[in-house]
Design a protein around this ligand. Structure first.
Ligand code: PLP
Length: 387
């Protein structure tokens, strides 16, 4: 018999494993603590901060999908990022990170660096000289986020990993925007993958969660230790919901992308739109690289309007099927204004350096009927054009 694929293994993770009742779905273990079998003989789990049976099933499924040796499930994406920073950096070490990473990642990097926990340098990892910069700066930790948030810039995971490893760096990729369905950074050479599972992996906007997937058992053990030590591991009920979301990931991602393609087509030809940022477009600077290292272009579309705040307000007010909300990756469509929402923690000059403009909007294209989404956007854009 052939080995089931990672998708099949994920759909079936924890299914029909209950020896007591024959429950088909993995139970939610809410117990915070577990009995010892005998004096000095703990079971697989002793205390739920350190290990929980429901969380273990989710971690196994996520490690399978990313192709890693193991995963640590945390209470948020920032919890996962925090675990990596604490595990791998000490005062004097350098963290090299992209200048246009997620605003919350930037805030944590900056806050910990300001306290002297490590040195921080922000650079453009999509620039042609990125490998030279890595060779010169010799980081301890190299942070990659591709496609980046919100501009969807694409950086070369294999080339950056090779450059990082040549100077002894540990290389991390934030894979939140694509999920392992479209991109598997461990196969391209990174050591760790982080996700905000809040987004596509859970996919239903009802859990805040995170994960770090490690390439090696050694890194996995170290990160498990730190996540328990910091107290950032995820809860059992969240793990259950995350597992339920994960089972339909491959179906949802296909629907998100098909709708995103229709939305991009509309935006590209509408006179109210001054720019569209989507790696699926042949004119996008990262298009060729995205074709090589991704197997899909994803469901996030960023664009800019002609005009100013009035046009942004008019457009947002007119939409009925895109909720004005932060986050992304849920089944429902959302629209966010990065300058005042997701990236508000970045001062204006940092936003400008990252390419975030006042009329930029980011769509998380959901899995509703694509024709309805296009009609909703089209009506809102027409209103500005007439305005
Ligand atoms: N990484 C990326 C790319 C994100 O977009 C986010 C949240 O928006 C995070 C990390 C942080 O995740 P969380 O909100 O689950 O803490």
């Amino acid at each position: 018999m052939t080995e089931p694929t990672p998708i099949t293994r994920t759909v079936r993770a924890g299914i029909d494993q209950d020896p007591n009742h024959g429950a088909v779905v993995a139970p939610i273990y809410l117990s915070t603590t577990y009995t010892f079998e005998d004096f000095g003989v703990p079971r697989a789990h002793d205390y739920s901060r350190r290990g929980n049976p429901t969380r273990t099933v989710l971690a196994g499924a996520l490690a399978t999908l990313e192709g890693g040796a193991g995963a640590v499930v945390t209470a948020s994406g920032m919890g996962a990022i925090s675990t990596v920073l604490h595990a791998l950096l000490k005062p004097g070490d350098l963290l090299l990170a992209p200048h246009d990473c997620y605003g919350g990642s930037w805030r944590l990097f900056d806050a910990l660096a300001s306290k002297g926990n490590f040195e921080l340098k922000l650079v453009d990892l999509t620039a042609p000289d990125a490998a030279d910069v890595i060779a010169r700066e010799r980081p301890t930790l190299l942070w990659i986020e591709t496609p980046s948030n919100p501009l969807l810039r694409v950086s070369d995971i294999a080339a950056l990993s090779a450059a990082g490893h040549a100077v002894g760096a540990t290389v991390v990729a934030d894979n939140t925007f694509l999920s392992p369905i479209w991109q598997r950074p461990l196969e391209l050479g990174v050591d760790l993958v982080v996700h905000s599972t809040t987004k596509y992996l859970n996919g239903h906007s009802d859990v805040v969660g995170g994960v770090v997937v490690a390439a090696t058992p050694e890194l996995h053990t170290d990160l498990l230790w730190w996540a328990n030590c910091l107290g950032v591991t995820g809860g059992a009920f969240d793990a259950y919901l995350g597992l339920r979301g994960l089972r339909t990931l491959h179906l949802r991602m296909a629907a998100h992308e098909a709708n995103a393609a229709r939305v991009v087509e509309l935006l590209g030809q509408h006179p109210a739109v001054s720019a569209v940022h989507y790696p699926g477009l042949a004119a996008h600077p990262g298009h060729d690289l995205a074709r090589r290292q991704q197997s899909g272009f994803g469901g996030i579309v960023t664009f800019e309007l002609h005009g100013g705040e009035l046009q942004v307000r008019t457009f947002l007010d007119a939409l009925t099927l895109f909720c004005p909300a932060e986050s992304l990756g849920g089944v429902e469509s959302l629209v966010s204004h990065p300058a005042t929402m997701t990236h508000a923690s970045m001062p204006p000059q940092v936003q400008a350096a990252a390419g975030i403009t006042p009329t930029m909007l980011r769509l998380s294209v959901g899995i509703e009927d694509g024709a309805d989404l296009v009609a909703d956007l089209s009506r809102a854009l027409d209103l500005i054009s007439r305005g």
